[in-house]
Ligand binder design. Structure first.
Ligand code: TYC
Length: 107
């Protein structure tokens, strides 16, 4: 936390000093899916619905973006939440023997 000191000097020489606490918002991380040639499209849509609370329509849009562009953002979260999402997605993909990749990146 950054603390900025502000001083007001009065005519009589007394000084009033106030500290203003500057609250810094926590760093945020994008969770991204990466494309591959093997993971079924339907599986990716289920992942996006289950772990990122997206509608089937929004999940389908993001899956298609990843398929076309190579990567796409699933959501933006504080560090620990983003790390948990990545682990959950990778664990779920591994259970189903799909090579789906999921990464986090500071926003
Ligand atoms: N490219 C995959 C296919 O054609 C689909 C896919 C989409 C895979 C998004 C991964 O993150 C991904 N079956």
């Amino acid at each position: 936390m950054v603390v900025r000191k502000m001083a007001i000097q009065h005519r009589d020489g007394t000084v009033l000093e106030a500290k203003k606490a500057k609250v810094k918002s926590p760093p945020m991380f994008k969770v991204m899916l990466l494309n591959d040639d093997y993971t079924p499209m339907d599986f990716v849509v289920v992942v996006l619905q289950q772990f990122f609370s997206l509608s089937r329509e929004k999940a389908t849009q993001i899956m298609l973006k990843v398929h076309r562009d190579g990567a796409g953002v699933c959501g933006v979260y504080p560090r620990d939440v983003a790390a948990t999402k990545v682990e959950q997605v990778l664990g779920f993909a591994r259970q189903h023997q799909h090579p789906l990749r999921c990464v986090m990146e500071e926003n």
